[in-house]
Design a binder for this molecule. Sequence first.
Ligand code: HEC
Ligand code: HEC
Length: 227
Amino acid sequence: MGRGARIASVALACIGLGHGAVAEGDPQRGAELYLPCAACHMIGEGAIHRIGPHLNGLVGRGIGAVDGFVFSDIFLEAAALGEVWTENALDGFIANPDGYLPGTAMVFRGIRAAQDRADLIAYIVEEGASAEAGEDTGPSPEVAAILAIDGDVAYGQYLSSECTSCHIGEGGEDIPSIRGLTPTVFIAGMTAYRSGERQHQVMNTLAGRLGDEEIAALAAYFLSENN
Ligand code: HEC
Ligand code: HEC
């Protein structure tokens, strides 16, 4: 899709949501619904960017505009248009992230039930309302230790046969592309699956079998192929 067509589809998605406000939500129920988001997004006092940006002060914040996070092109296009997160926009995005902002780097299928979305939005608004974002102190010690390893590309290629049955090329439905991911994001992802902080059955099992050397080698290999 060309640049113009994608911007048009963003605008259309926004117009499509023009009717009706988001239902009244229950923030307490929303806190439970936030758990899958927490694998990638921090919210509340001291929140920092992780795989996704922190979500403090989200409603009223520019789309793709928070400092210090590297957004995908479609988010940057929305930012250039001065789009802002309203509850309606959030509702549309959470319902179907890739339908709302095609090509987004956020790997998430979306939440079908309107009431679930309303509860989740109520939680995000309440939890992130007056919270100060934290100072980004960089990768965790675990991630930093793996980043410091000089990954062996050939070993990574050997190990990757376990990965490429799913992670082919551009990725597919619900399977993110992992080629060319920055080492920090790749390694943070793998360690989050290894510890169970981020949950996906296959990824938890595979990452659980990998040591630091293996993760460093895989990160080096998947980065190298793109270059
Ligand atoms: C697997 C990781 C992952 C999960 C799970 C995830 N997100 Fe995201 N999210 C991201 C990434 C990465 C981005 C940046 C998207 C881009 O640049 O295309 C993002 C962007 C966003 C943004 C835009 C923020 C901004 O400043 O414009 C919102 C809002 C958001 N996510 C909400 C959620 C909510 C709510 C959930 C749970 C229902 C969720 N995300 C689940 C990774 C994730
Ligand atoms: C059975 C299919 C499958 C296999 C095999 C597989 N993955 Fe994944 N991988 C996934 C899915 C699905 C996700 C997204 C899960 C989620 O929503 O958190 C994912 C997520 C990831 C992420 C996080 C990407 C991001 O944008 O945050 C990384 C990194 C990753 N996989 C690396 C690997 C590596 C390395 C291997 C081989 C050791 C591997 N995967 C094997 C299906 C697979």
